[in-house]
Design a protein around this ligand. Structure first.
Ligand SMILES: *Cc1c(COP(=O)(O)O)cnc(C)c1O
Ligand code: SF4
Length: 414
């Protein structure tokens, strides 16, 4: 029988780690930072946040005098590739004294973005080749990705759609809603529509409502979901009016995108609570990123903190082979170690599925640590999260083992 190496077990962390872990899970406000003078009604207004985004290297330098050489080089080039934009509330989460701040690595451009390897791509998941009409990706039998805009509240440096989002590289994204909707209407197998982009919640309530009602008018569309990073980048956008409007389109799910526990501030938690109270089931998609979250302790704190915000961790993505992202990519080996450190060690609800969105357009493939050690004629041999080995009786072809007569002892006569 195979011997299992006991894997990293952080069930009993030393006290210093426990303290670090607890502080990762604390809810803090993003605070006003450099915008202390701004009146509350402006600060809390999503239009104000959008208007005051940091979009130029000059502004970034003024707010962040200690930019590193890599960041300066990146910021100077950003608007030719993937635009620089950071909302003030998200910017305030950056620890300016820490060059390795996990927030910083996600949104501040770096010179390394110009380094491109031969295996990297502009469209790593082959979306354009699975697009029957502009803005619609039909890769799986019963569901479509419906891209609605190329704009986001802020731009993630590793974005898998950086070929089109922000339009800095001239992709010139023009979704044609009429054609997209007509495609869904004429393909009866499409029962699930995923609105994404860009960020659909950047639309006005009216525009979003118009789009949702047209989709909902199609009888075979059972399920609608929205992929958005707005609750994290711009929680002010999640107004009671927006939630009330969205609640008219149930069953409607929302997938948010958060990567590090520090992103889950009190403001973000409140925004998520408003969505959850509107009856919207919430999931989270994280991208495994070097310098950000490729660490078992950070990831565990993050998934537990998501549950506190009523968000089910849905996917962890291996970072796509997007051109110029090598400095942010972590390894599959690391991803698997992190998955091992979660399963069994924390609530099953907190454990997301780790996936590779396969290069070239094969879709998402789940990747899991091996818990099956062997199969033979009579049993499946598995190990648990502690590395202990167990057997489950089953024939090789998957049929349950045929019952064998049990020898029953004759009861003695009395
Ligand atoms: C991720 C994705 C979906 C949704 O996949 P689920 O596993 O159902 O969440 C649908 N279409 C495309 C093109 C996708 O990339
Ligand atoms: S919010 Fe999503 S679509 Fe927008 S830049 Fe980030 S990863 Fe890309």
């Amino acid at each position: 029988m195979q011997i299992v190496n006991s894997t990293e077990d952080n069930a009993e962390d030393p006290p210093c780690c426990t303290q670090h872990f607890d502080s990762l899970k604390e809810f803090r406000s993003a605070g006003r930072g450099a915008w202390a003078e701004v009146p509350a009604h402006d600060w809390n207004d999503w239009h104000w946040q959008l208007k005051n985004r940091i979009t130029t290297v000059e502004r970034l330098r003024r707010l962040m005098p200690a930019l590193t050489a890599e960041e300066l080089a990146g910021a100077a080039l950003a608007n030719h590739k993937l635009a620089l934009a950071i909302t003030p509330c998200f910017f305030n989460l950056i620890d300016q004294d820490d060059e390795n701040c996990p927030i910083r690595w996600q949104v501040i451009p770096r010179g390394e973005e110009t380094l491109v390897s031969p295996w990297e791509m502009e469209d790593p998941c082959g979306e354009d080749s699975h697009s029957p009409v502009p803005g619609l990706v039909h890769r799986y039998p019963d569901r479509v990705l419906f891209l609605v805009t190329d704009r986001c509240a802020a731009y993630c440096r590793y974005c898998t759609r950086s070929r089109l989002v922000s339009n800095a590289s001239g992709y010139d994204f023009h979704p044609e809603f009429d054609r997209q909707i007509e495609y869904v209407r004429s393909h009866r197998q499409v029962r699930d529509v995923l609105l994404s982009g860009g960020d659909p919640l950047l639309f006005s309530d009216e525009k979003l409502e118009y789009l949702l009602s047209r989709l909902r008018a199609i009888p075979h569309v059972e399920f609608v979901r929205i992929g958005t990073r707005i609750p994290v980048f711009l929680p002010q956008r999640v107004t009671p009016a927006l939630c009330e409007m969205l609640a008219k389109f149930h069953p409607l799910f929302i997938s948010i995108h958060s990567n590090h526990p520090r992103e889950l501030t009190t403001e973000v938690r409140e925004a998520l609570e408003r969505l959850a109270n509107a009856g919207i089931p919430l999931g989270n998609q994280s991208v495994l990123l070097r310098h950000v979250n490729d660490d078992a302790l950070v990831m565990k704190a993050h998934v537990q903190k998501l549950l506190l915000c009523r968000v089910k961790p849905y996917y962890i993505y291996q970072c796509d082979l997007i051109a110029g992202s090598a400095h942010l990519r972590s390894s599959v080996r690391k991803g698997l170690q992190i998955m091992e450190s979660l399963r069994g060690h924390t609530s099953g609800y907190a454990v997301p599925q780790y996936v590779i969105d396969t290069p070239g357009g094969g879709g998402k493939v789940p990747v899991n640590p091996d818990y099956i050690l062997s199969r033979n004629r009579e049993r499946v041999v598995v190990r648990n999260y502690e590395g202990k080995v167990f057997e489950y009786p089953e024939a090789e072809d998957g049929t349950p083992l045929a019952p064998r007569p049990v020898e029953v002892e004759e009861p003695e006569c009395v």
